[in-house]
Design a protein around this ligand. Structure first.
Ligand code: C5P
Length: 299
């Protein structure tokens, strides 16, 4: 195969309940993921040298490691090892649009895209279920980015159950000037909060099924939000600005610092975007919708 192109979305968490820390150092989670239309695009070509070569362009590309520590390289190596294809090489090029260290699982998305791309490039023939098993070894968010849509996540976030959604939701994303480290945000949560029940309430699932924007907006919740604000206090001001501009709901995405504003009408998302762009606290604004599918071959 000469080349495989894969498109992979970012995620937002509509609810993120953080429980106790397990023996593996991970917190138990109850979450609702939604994949949104902000995509990284990955191109993989075969390399006869057996090397995994990695390069990035686009959003935040300059700061990313391209050596064996990158989750992309680890994903490719794990697939090759699992399938007894240790000699398989790939030249992987990624066009980034998902913010780095933004709470939108950009690194996990690229790892999910790598599993899908290399599985096709190397003709290793693993099923989606088998790729899910590898994804869960790579990180808590990687399995969801394989599947996309809207899903309940339990365990570390890797135990997924699809959620029925009545319609498409409009989101306005406020990107921050500085990233936040996920482990640092969990540490701050441990410092300022205590473990919470992880069960997801039926009201949120009903609002999603009904496509009820005002109700969904009121039910968005994130136990990591206070920890993210504690590390980046200006996020509180950004949340307020979007709400004042008419958002039905506002939430820090995952461990932050990206903030997702839920908008009912196209006019409302315009008003939110215009307001946010006036603020020096916001680096960039993206208008997206969800749910969208997970990592998919596009050519
Ligand atoms: O799985 P991932 O590599 O994305 O997680 C990054 C870090 O975030 C973990 O090393 C851990 O410190 C923290 N984390 C956690 N509980 C989770 C998910 C992540 O404490 N469920």
């Amino acid at each position: 195969m000469a080349e495989v192109r894969v498109r992979v979305p970012a995620k937002v968490n509509l609810a993120l309940n953080v429980g106790a820390t397990g023996q593996d150092g991970y917190h138990a989670l109850g979450t609702v993921f939604q994949a949104v239309s902000l995509f990284d695009e990955l191109t993989a070509r075969p390399l006869s040298t057996g090397e995994i070569r990695l390069s990035f362009r686009g959003e935040g590309a300059a700061g990313l490691p391209t050596d064996g520590t990158n989750l992309v390289t680890r994903a490719a190596r794990l697939l090759a090892k699992t399938c007894g294809a240790e000699g398989a090489g790939a030249d992987i090029r990624i066009h980034k649009r998902i913010p780095i260290a933004g709470g939108m699982a950009g690194g996990s998305a690229d790892a999910a895209a790598t599993l899908v791309a290399c599985n096709q490039l190397w003709e290793t023939g693993l099923s989606l279920q088998q790729l899910h098993g590898l994804a869960a070894q790579l990180g808590a968010d990687v399995p969801f980015l394989l599947h996309g849509g809207t899903a309940l996540g339990a365990g570390r976030g890797e135990k997924l159950t699809p959620v029925a959604v009545g319609g498409t939701f409009r989101w306005v994303l406020a990107l921050s000037h500085h990233g936040l480290s996920t482990p640092a945000v969990f540490r701050e949560f441990d410092r300022i909060s205590s473990p919470q029940p992880t069960g997801i309430g039926p009201d949120l699932l009903a609002a999603l099924a009904d496509g009820d924007v005002p109700r969904l907006g009121k039910l968005l919740s994130n136990d990591l939000q206070q920890a993210a604000i504690s590390l980046q206090p200006e996020l509180a001001e950004v949340l307020r600005m979007g709400r004042d501009a008419g958002a039905a709901g506002a939430i820090v995405s995952g461990s932050g610092p990206t903030i997702a504003f839920l908008a009912g009408e196209a006019g409302t998302s315009d008003a939110i975007a215009e307001r946010l762009l006036l603020s020096s606290r916001v680096r960039a604004v993206r208008r997206v919708c969800g749910p969208v599918p997970g990592a998919q071959v596009v050519g």
